[in-house]
Every structure is written in C-alpha cells, then in structure tokens.
Design a protein around this ligand. Structure first.
Ligand code: ATP
Ligand code: MG
Length: 676
C-alpha cells in the first residue's frame, strides 16, 4: 500500500479500495499493522452539493491557526452576553482555566428567550415522542413559559444560585425544562440517569449535597410503567441535604408520598407564573456536575461552567452537524443522563435554535422499526447516535431500515466509542443512502464538547477515523516521554492547549482532578485523555480506545478495538468485546466475547475457528484470541459502552468491580455460563 494516495482510490461517489491495497502485504508480528490500516485507504470526500451550502469553510481553520484565542472570542459572539469579558483566557491558575474572564451571561436566556425575542417563538424546539405513542410539540414560546414556571417554583422552594439540584428523570420534556430552569437561576444541576439504582442516586446526591430532587412517578419502558419514585424515595431517605422532591406525573401509577417534602409538578410548576426575568451570571459560574460513565473505575463528578462551555457546545453543534436552524430536524439519540445529552440535546442545539426530536423509549419498543418510523414521521435530517446502536441495527438486519423512507437524512453522527469501519460503512450505506457525511466525534464528559471530528463539507473522511482536531482545538499523540509520534506510532492522546468547554475540576476532589488528568504530563502541562491514538500516513487521527484497553501480548501492543473490528468483520458477528487477561506465558492473552447476528446457524467450533483465523489474517497470528465465548449480551453502561474492565474480571476469574453504572448486572450470569 506504499505510496497509496487515498484520493486516487475514489471514483465518483463511491469509494473503492486502492488497487495497490488489494494486495495486502504479508503480515508478521513484527509489523503489527492492523485491520484499521486497510480502511485507511478508503476516503469519502464531501460531495460538491454539500460543500456548496456547508456551514464550515476553509477560513475556519485559517482563523484558528492565525489567532487561537481571537478565534474563540469570535465563537463566543454566537451568544448574547450581558457583560463583555475583559480577557479570553486566564490560565495562570492552571490546570483550572478561566474563560471569558469577567463576562456575564444567562445560559437559559441564550437557549430560549433570545430565540423568542428574535421572532422565532413559534418554531418547534422539541418534538417529543413518548414511548407509548403519545407526542407533543413544544415551541420556543412554550419552552420559555415552562422554564419560567419551573424557575419561579424553584425560587419559591428557597433555592438560590449556587445550590445543587439532582435530576433523576427519563427522556421527557420536563427533564430539559428542569435543567434549563436550574441554568436560569444559577443552580448547578446534577443529572443522574434514570436507569441507575437508588444507591447510585444517593451517592451522587450526597457528593453534591443536592437540596432538591426532581423525578417522576414512573417511566415507560417496553410498554410497561416502571416505578421510579420508589428509588428516589429510597435514595433521599434521611439524606440530610434534600429538602424537597418534585415529582412529574408521567405514568399515573401509585406512589408513596411524604407530606411536606414531596410536591407534584402539576400542582406547583404548572400553576406558577410564566413571567420570569433571567439574571446574568459569571462566565465561570458552575452550570452542572456530571458523573462519568465509569468504564474505567469509580465515576468522577465532572464540573462544567457557563460561558466557555456554552460557546463550544454552540460552535460545535453548528459546524460539526452543519446545523441550519429553521430547516433541519435534528435528533440526538443520547439520554440526558450523560454528557452527549447535556451538550447535544440541551445546550448546543437549543442555543442554536434547533428543532429536535426527543424520544422517551428504547429503539425496539414496540418493535425494531421505532427509530426509522420517527425519522420518517418528523423528517429527521441530522441523526446522531452511538456505535453500539448502529451495530444493533446491523444485527437486526437492513430490511428494517429499508422498509422506511429515510431520504430526509443528510448527515449522520457517531459518538461514545471507536466506530468499526464495518459499522461506519453500513451506517452510511443503509441509513445515509450511501451519501450522508458521517461525523465520528471524539470527546469526553471532561471535554464538555466535541474535540476531534471531521467537518462536513471540508473533511474527506475515512471509515473509523475521527480525522482531526476541530479548528481551535489542539491535540497531540505522544509516547511515555512526551515525544510526539509520527505516522503509524501508537501513543497517548493529549490535549496540549486549554479549550473553552474543558472541565474545571472534579467536584469535591481537586487532588483527583490533578492526579487523573494532569500528573502524567505535568511538566508539559498537557491534559491526559486516557485514550490511545495513532496518526496514519495521511495525517488522519485514529482513536484506539482506552489506554487501559491496550493489550500486551508477548511484548506486542494490540488494541482491543482493532481485534473487535476484525471479529465484527465476520458476517456472523454482530458485536464483540475483547480484553487482555493475565497469561503466564504471553503476559496477556486475548479473550473475546461475541454476540452473533440474528439468524446465524453456524455457531459451533467451526465458527470459533473461523473467527480466530479471521483475526489472524486481518491483524496477525499474535492477535489470535486465546478464547472466544459466544454470549447473548455484553455488559454495557447505560450510555452504551462496553465495560471491558468487568469482562477482564470475568476472564481473570475475579470478583466483579464497581457495577453501579451497568444497565443490567444480570448479564454476567449468562456470560459466566458461556465463558468457561
Ligand atoms: P470513565 O471516565 O468513568 O471511565 P467514560 O470515559 O466511558 O467513563 P465518557 O466521558 O462518557 O465516560 O466517555 C468518554 C470516552 O469515550 C473517551 O475517552 C473515549 O474512550 C470514548 N469515545 C467517545 N467518543 C469516541 C469516538 N468518537 N471514538 C473513539 N472513542 C470515543
Ligand atoms: Mg473517561
């Protein structure tokens, strides 16, 4: 493949593998080239039609290169400020940044009021689609009234700026209203995913000393009304900080009631005044605390502030999704319980006056057609989801999306994990009609907003690569000694310049903040992301997954995601998780857990042999899994990430570590039964 120029391998709209690359070189353990490197040759340039109307043009990168801080000051002008800042960045107290020093704004005003004042009050902000089939459209006028009512209620309850509020709710409009009401009053919200246990909620309430908990009687899950208030009740039982529990009636099921503490939303918020004037807050006022998903250990309470966070959320939503207010119908399928829901359901889209879909339920309620019906019903044009769901769609088969008119889709996005090239191509081909650009967005709870991603209309993308840092963002791939690596070298992803939406700390534990992110490259003052990455020959950036997930087999460093991609490349496999388990002879041995596609009949030893051979030819004989278990499910966090650290516990025969953020701890019974 030497000398292959990606651009040459493209004819017309369809990518073809470069003729040079068809002859795959013999792969030995010494080279350890990866499956991903085949895909490095495939390039999908933007279509001329897309380029013609794209929000992003080449001037964006040029402006950022010329004057990075000036560039961010320009982006901050996307927002309405009550008081202009005096300095763009104060980094003198590193690693705690101050952005837009002295500036004042109200985040909720920027997400709601100003669109109404600009004459767009009748525009739909939220097309809500309930799981049982109920639906409701909220215009920006409606949203403003609701947020004002909630803000007045919160004030009546005695809450003042700086207080913390826990939000434990399913995906219903009131959850977004509650977040915005907090933002409006300078209350710091802590959203706790509604699938978490009372125990997880309690530890987050205690950690932040929340005074108010907003919840629901119950939530709709697969056609059933599942109680939620009992978990909230259990969590707040003798929690000293909690003064009130505000309850939205979503399902109408019976609930226990504590007089004096519990309040119904419909008896308070619905009856409150819809007039409320927003006060400005400092750019560095804490907007929210959010706990990471816990794939690598105990969740951390990440702190985000106001001005810089909203600037970057708004900037990225506008350019990365090529969002056109008033024209696009945007749908981010995340839950507000994780950061994607914060930045790309609430703050980014609403700050940009978006019209978006909010869906309450699971993708297979009442059946696997649900997402595609919703896309059809609302004419969704931008669809942002996670690789885990794309692989699930693949497993269900393309007949399902093919039964729908998805022609409204013009852009697709992915976030949460590295997306395997196989899933990327399927996404583009089946959901994007072979045309929609895909933005593979790398970022973290800690980064607050997208950091590394293609820019539609500019970037020629490669399946599986997040491509490049956005204009204004600076990243490096370095080795243990902080030496930047060139093409091909696997290293650590670091962010070598502060960015506006960066975290400002870990709630209550600044030592852990410094230790986790800033101690590894203390001398250089770089942020250590904890992910491995590589640049290819064309300078495209490939995120390889967690550093903890890089395996060491007989001295060779092999990425879990590459072995997983090789396994998913086999037609029988829907999803795979790979871990390195301690091995007396090789240091670590590769253990794989795979889920098969629907309808696969070849399930026995022959399949296992095929899979091992597949990895061997795609990557190297060294990467052949020591063991492959076919399992019905994989342990995932509610944000859809595979919990490899727990699989490693299984593979090494240990007690399981912290399982508090898992969707379903029972999957381990099935996995243990298979993984002899
Ligand atoms: P914890 O930090 O508690 O272990 P977590 O890292 O899973 O949890 P998040 O902040 O939700 O919590 O996830 C960020 C991580 O997700 C990134 O560090 C990266 O490993 C992965 N990730 C997100 N987007 C992408 C992407 N587009 N490509 C590759 N990896 C991604
Ligand atoms: Mg993390």
């Amino acid at each position: 493949a030497a000398g292959c120029n990606g651009a040459m391998s493209v004819t017309g709209d369809y990518p073809h593998r470069c003729p040079n690359c068809l002859d795959r070189p013999e792969r030995g353990p010494a080279t350890m080239t990866s499956a991903a490197q085949d895909h490095e040759q495939q390039v999908y340039p933007p279509s001329p039609e897309f380029v013609a109307t794209a929000n992003a043009g080449p001037e964006l990168q040029a402006a950022a290169d010329a004057d990075r801080l000036g560039f961010w000051a320009t982006q901050a002008q996307r927002l309405d400020w009550a008081t202009e800042w005096s300095e763009v960045l104060d980094w003198s107290d590193a690693p705690v940044a101050k952005w837009f020093v002295g500036g004042q704004l109200n985040v909720a005003y920027n997400c709601v009021d100003r669109h109404v004042l600009a004459g767009n009050g009748d525009r739909v902000a939220i097309h809500f689609e309930g799981e049982p089939g109920d639906s409701r459209a909220l215009t920006y006028n409606d949203l403003l009234a609701e947020v004002c009512k909630a803000a007045n209620t919160f004030t009546d309850l005695g809450l003042v700026a700086g207080d913390r509020v826990a939000i434990y709710m399913p995906m219903i409009p009131e959850a977004i209203v509650a977040m915005l009401a907090c933002a409006r009053l300078g209350l710091t919200h802590s959203v706790v995913f509604a699938g978490f246990s009372s125990h997880a909620l309690r530890s987050r309430i205690d950690d932040a000393q929340a005074k108010l908990v907003v919840t629901v009687d119950g939530q709709w899950r697969r056609g059933q009304a599942a109680p939620l208030k009992p978990a909230a009740d259990e969590a707040v039982a003798d929690a000293a900080s909690v003064q009130h529990v505000l309850v939205v009636k979503r399902t109408g099921i019976d609930v226990d009631w504590t007089e004096g503490r519990d309040l119904w939303w419909h008896e308070t918020v619905d009856k409150a005044s819809a007039e409320h004037e927003a006060q400005p807050f400092d750019a560095e006022h804490p907007l929210f605390i959010l706990y990471t998903s816990g794939t690598t250990g105990k969740p951390k309470g990440i702190i985000h502030t106001s001005g810089g966070y909203l600037t970057q959320a708004s900037y990225t939503h506008h350019y990365v999704f090529d969002h056109k207010p008033g024209r696009d119908v945007y749908w981010c399928t995340a839950d507000i319980g994780w950061v994607t829901g914060h930045s790309y359901i609430v703050y980014g889209p609403l700050s940009n006056g978006a019209t978006q879909v909010v869906y309450e339920g699971t993708p297979n309620s009442p059946n696997e057609h649900r997402h595609f019906e919703i896309i059809e019903k609302y004419g969704v044009s931008i669809y942002y989801t996670a690789p885990t769901l794309i692989r699930t769609f693949m497993k269900w088969g393309r007949d399902i999306p093919d039964a729908h008119d998805l022609s409204s889709i013009r852009l697709l996005g992915s976030v949460g994990e590295p997306i395997n090239p196989e899933a990327w191509r399927w996404f583009r081909e089946v959901i994007g009609a072979g045309q929609a650009p895909i933005v593979d967005t790398w970022w973290q709870t800690e980064t607050g907003a997208i950091m590394i991603s293609p820019l539609p209309g500019i970037t020629a993308t490669k399946p599986g690569s997040a491509m490049a840092p956005l204009p204004g963002i600076s990243a490096k791939i370095v080795d243990d000694n902080a030496v930047p690596l060139g093409a091909g070298g696997n290293g650590y992803l670091v962010l070598d310049q502060p960015w506006p939406s960066m975290l400002r700390g870990i709630w209550g534990d600044m030592d852990r903040y410094k230790d986790t992110y800033w101690s590894r490259y203390a001398e250089e003052g770089w942020y250590f992301a904890g992910d491995g990455a590589r640049y290819d020959e064309d300078g495209a950036l490939w995120v390889l997954g967690r550093v903890d997930d890089v395996m060491n087999v007989s001295g060779h460093r092999i990425s879990t995601s590459e072995v997983e991609s090789a396994l998913v490349g086999h037609p029988a496999v829907a999803e795979a998780a790979v871990v390195g388990a301690a091995d007396e002879t090789t240091g670590q041995g590769i253990v794989a857990f795979v889920i098969l596609r629907e309808g696969v009949t070849n399930t026995g030893d022959q399949l296992i042999t095929e899979l091992r051979n597949q990895v061997s030819t795609e990557i190297s004989p060294i990467a052949k899994p020591r063991q492959i278990s076919i399992v019905p499910e994989l342990p995932k966090t509610r944000s859809g990430k595979i919990m490899r650290r727990l699989l490693r516990d299984v593979a090494e025969g240990r007690e399981l570590g912290d399982t508090s953020t898992l969707v379903d701890p029972k999957v381990f019974e099935a996995i243990r039964a298979q993984g002899k």
